[in-house]
Design a protein around this ligand. Structure first.
Ligand code: MN
Length: 128
């Protein structure tokens, strides 16, 4: 069976709550981690279809998490979507160069988040 779990790695409670409030009522299987090391461990265990990834994380940052995910043969189907307030020129290119598949800026907009997820995970885990 195809694994359609979404893992969100984010150290800020408010951002996690916002994304949870967007995804859970729509029936997505969301798992959360608060730092890069535990997030990477969860990714290796759960093999999520999508990882939503904050870049500024305590310990191991998001770019390092991305490098580990992309170097793992078992996680090669995982799509990594960077979620960050960072809007400096060149950041998007930096995230993509590090191996991220896509990018969403904060504050997360429900319509943009859903549209990105649907792009990679058509019709998955939907209630409707
Ligand atoms: Mn952060």
């Amino acid at each position: 069976m195809e694994n359609k779990t979404i893992l969100y790695i984010e150290d800020n409670f408010h951002n996690r709550r916002l994304v949870r409030r967007i995804l859970q009522p729509r029936g997505y299987a969301l798992v959360e981690a608060e730092d890069g090391v535990s997030g990477l461990q969860l990714a290796e265990t759960l093999k999520p279809f999508i990882v939503l990834l904050d870049i500024g994380l305590p310990g191991m940052d998001g770019l390092e998490v991305t490098a580990h995910i992309k170097a793992n043969d078992q996680l090669r189907h995982t799509k990594v979507i960077a979620v960050t307030a960072s809007a400096m020129r060149g950041d998007r290119e930096r995230f993509l160069a590090a191996g991220c598949d896509d990018y969403i800026s904060k504050p997360v907009q429900a319509a943009e988040l859903i549209s990105k997820i649907e792009q990679y995970l058509p019709g998955a885990n939907r209630l409707d």
